[in-house]
Design a protein around this ligand. Sequence first.
Ligand code: F6P
Length: 319
Amino acid sequence: ITKLGILTSGGDAPGMNPAIRGVTRYALDKGIAVEGILRGYEGLLRQESILLDQRSVGEIIHRGGTMLRTARCEAFIHEDAQRQAVDFLRSKEIEALIVVGGDGSMKGAQCLSRLGMPTITIPGTIDNDMPGTEYTLGFDTAVNTVLQSVNKIRDTAYSHERVAVVEVMGRHAGFIALHAGMASGAEAVLVPEHDVSLEELCNRLYESHQHRKLSSIVIVAEGAMSGSDVVSYIKEHTYLEPSLTVLGYVQRGGAPTALDAILAGLFAQKAVDCLCQGTVNVVIGLLQNRLVATPYTETDRMHFSIDDNMYNLLHQLGK
Ligand code: F6P
């Protein structure tokens, strides 16, 4: 292989920049040229790209977001658009494409692979909800951002003797809620993977209040329900005083943690090594602490979910 392309797609995630840097410098070191596609799949359709050299990826390892920019491209579900993208990549003499993004971005990569353009996906989404890996770039940073915020919110909840309801991201998964909840000692987390009974939640909060626990933290994954619904329910059904914080986009930004930056480098190396060995149409991942490459065709059958033991333990410890 003499030239590869790289793009970032979907929601930005801390770790995308170190991944771009890793792919670019490791590939160049092997004599492979690197073309950076701008704005994800949209950039493929708009034919926006830049040739990257070592210096183009300088001063980005510590930055959140993505220097290549990103987009959510609805038009890319159409085969016409995908064919157009393959034509553009070929016109640039790009022999394979590395996609850094979440599940939807991987599906886009899979479509290009089917049309004859080899691709490799590096998992990058704060939500951690991808098959083929126990860990996606950005997740650790997001969890730490939530942890810092909850620690601050806890001060106020304690001082005012309130129930602090904190809504976090995770449209389809409760990884951020669970991990941040575990780390911050939340009394309860509401996640899409488990049926949410607000009655049970209120009973639990009420009971602990009776046992002299005068403040509580409840973390709600947006995919389970909205934080404001939780607050309204608590207000209506108890005498407790709930407050609401919706953390929003602070969770997507910021400098990647050491773990995210290190793993980005290792994922990048694995992706380029796979390309060189002809192992393509795979998603890179970390499974049981080992770097792996799983064929897209196997990912449909792979089950992944939050750790049920951690979910139960969090509630046991939050009493
Ligand atoms: O990156 C994933 C995610 O953070 C989801 O948890 C969230 O629902 C979504 O992106 C929102 O992003 P946007 O507003 O960019 O579509």
